[in-house]
Design a protein around this ligand. Structure first.
Ligand code: SF4
Length: 242
């Protein structure tokens, strides 16, 4: 007998749905989740990067009432805050701000200045992972823009899966889409996007940890450049690190 999730869903149900919906359009994958668990059960994680603006458009066409949140580390580029405001106008949708318990000043007092330089894992835990963990407790499922193509750590991502780290259903509608498919969707639907993408920033995080990529570099090479770090811990975090 499999592990029982909420709404009589079993992990085996998610595994079967992942197979059944692998080749479906992302919109249909989102619809499956909302039909099974209800709109109020879900939230979408939005970083205002290009995958997420496409995903927000898709989600709102399925159900405009689903919650959408962003993790405000207080360290985003000004362009990211500007596109947040523009997207709010464009979609007429509130994006819930999720913030760390510690302000930047408190973090500097407790852990030292520029924690991202000496201990980026701790900084990400304080400013991203713990706020996310707390926020997700109010939901049964979350929707993310991660794709298999983005990094080796995401290469096994399924469109529907059980998130062991946070203990809820995880829907990754773009898991099998490539970069071109996402951009085609954005251009076709004329969705506003972060202008940094046109300045060699294919992946945009906090400004202290993101640089533009050079020709031929991996799209995520600009994240935590010069370190071994490739993930902030929001996805594929091993259970042991809980
Ligand atoms: S990406 Fe950098 S600045 Fe942002 S939370 Fe992680 S370590 Fe801190």
């Amino acid at each position: 007998m499999g592990q029982n999730l909420k709404n009589d869903l079993l992990i085996e149900d998610l595994q079967q749905a992942a197979i059944d919906f692998k080749d479906e359009h992302p919109t249909e994958i989102i619809r499956w989740g909302i039909d099974r668990l209800g709109a109020s059960a879900f939230t979408l994680a939005c970083s205002f990067g290009y995958e997420d603006v496409a995903l927000v458009d898709m989600l709102l066409k399925v159900d405009p009432d689903v919650d959408i949140f962003y993790l405000d580390t207080d360290l985003h580029f000004s362009e990211t805050y500007e596109i947040r405001d523009r997207l709010h106008e464009y979609f007429q949708k509130e994006f819930t701000r999720v913030s760390p318990v510690l302000s930047l000043k408190q973090q500097a007092t407790e852990h030292g200045e520029k924690l991202w330089e000496k201990s980026p894992d701790i900084c990400c835990r304080i400013r991203k992972v713990e706020p996310l963990r707390n926020y997700l407790q109010g939901f049964e499922g979350w929707i993310t823009g991660i794709r298999r193509e983005q990094s080796p750590t995401r290469a096994n991502t399924e469109v529907i899966e059980y998130d062991q780290t946070f203990g809820l259903v995880k829907i990754n509608p773009l898991a099998f889409w490539d970069t071109k498919q996402v951009w085609n969707y954005i251009y076709e639907h004329q969705i506003p996007y972060n202008p940094l993408h046109d300045q060699n920033y294919p992946s945009i995080g906090c400004f202290p940890c993101t640089r533009p990529v050079r020709p031929g570099e991996d799209p995520r090479a600009g994240r935590w450049a010069g370190t071994q770090k490739i993930e902030c811990g929001l996805h594929n975090t091993p259970l042991e690190s809980k």
